[in-house]
Design a protein around this ligand. Structure first.
Ligand SMILES: [Mn+2]
Length: 321
């Protein structure tokens, strides 16, 4: 059965207790932070990763996904230094295998990661959400300059050629998160993980059980008007789910409360049941609500509690029926 997890940073915080109080026992974690590193150690080495896993376990959480990446921009751009970056990923994957951490969530966005043009867009009852309007994005090129989609496919193909065999041996799933927003190009930078067809191409690029998908609903629902059908199409290729919703189109959208977006969330939950999804699902971005901080927009603590409760209710409704 689908299980509910939360993204919690490696440094213990009140969120750790809130998540436990909401009944969450599974963690989606980052890479070891400085306080977990002895001199000379790197975050992808075995010993700091062991400490990381033990710290989550001390807090009552089993670590099921690492959703953080070593630097990969040179590899994505095909620049000198890229091979060494891929080496670090291979080390990380081997060590995750040794520790029994089954899924690594990565992405192929170069130069910048998820992009919003506002983090304080008014939403229900005075809560605030993040939003994106392409008209408000600077046209100024990035430091790296323009890069084509075909070049990114070449570098991704090379990356998979090197990492997939390592992941197969380690028993760790490579789980590709979509580009956010699913739009290309932005500031001259191609973005390839932005359509259903391109995800199909990803799967065909490296036929392997470890070449899999993070179904981030907020992005995938902007690629289709029938998200449940997409969930059924990819089926066992889905190894990790981000549960959230938006309203709008890729060039102009805002995030929403989990019960107020464009997507039929109940139908999505039924689709996960139908594909017998057995990985973890976590709330992704949430609104910032009264009394909470918007310092990390999309990741406020109180909004997450609402999301966890909503997801738990949907899950019970679907799996009981
Ligand atoms: Mn996501």
């Amino acid at each position: 059965m689908l299980e509910i997890a939360e993204f919690i940073n490696p440094t213990p915080s009140p969120l750790w207790k809130l998540a436990k109080q909401a009944g969450v026992d599974l963690a989606v974690g980052g890479l070891p932070t400085d306080d977990l590193l002895a001199p000379g150690e790197r975050p992808w080495d075995l010993r700091p990763l062991t400490r990381l896993k033990e710290r989550y376990e001390d807090g009552g959480f089993a670590l099921r996904v690492i959703e953080s990446r070593p630097p990969l921009n040179n590899a994505k751009r095909g620049l000198p230094g890229g091979e060494a970056e891929i080496d670090t990923v291979c080390t990380l994957i081997e060590n995750m295998g040794r520790l029994g951490i089954p899924v690594w969530c990565y992405e192929w966005m170069t130069d910048f990661n998820w992009l919003r043009t506002r983090t304080d867009t008014p939403s229900r009852g005075g809560s605030v959400v993040t939003s994106f309007d392409y008209a408000d994005v600077t046209s100024e090129p990035t430091e790296g300059g323009p890069i084509s989609e075909e070049r990114l496919w070449e570098t991704l193909t090379h990356f998979l050629e090197r990492v997939v065999p390592v992941a197969e041996k380690a028993g760790v799933k490579l789980s590709m998160h979509p580009d956010d927003p699913p739009l290309s190009p932005i500031r001259g930078v191609g973005r390839i993980m932005r359509s259903i067809d391109n995800y199909q191409r990803l799967i065909e690029t490296a036929p392997s059980a470890v070449n899999t998908i993070t179904l981030c609903q907020g992005n995938f629902t902007l690629m289709t008007d029938d998200l449940p059908a997409v969930i059924r199409k990819f089926g066992k290729k889905i190894t990790f789910v981000h549960f959230r919703d938006v309203r709008g189109v890729p060039s102009r959208f805002e995030e929403t409360w989990h019960d107020a977006g464009k997507t039929d969330m109940l139908a999505c939950m039924k689709a996960y049941r139908d594909i017998d999804f057995s990985g973890v699902l976590r709330p992704d971005h949430v609104p910032t609500v009264e009394g909470d901080s918007n310092a990390h927009a999309g990741y406020s603590s109180f909004g997450r509690l609402y999301a966890i409760g909503y997801i738990r209710g949907l899950r019970e409704a679907v799996y009981a029926g």
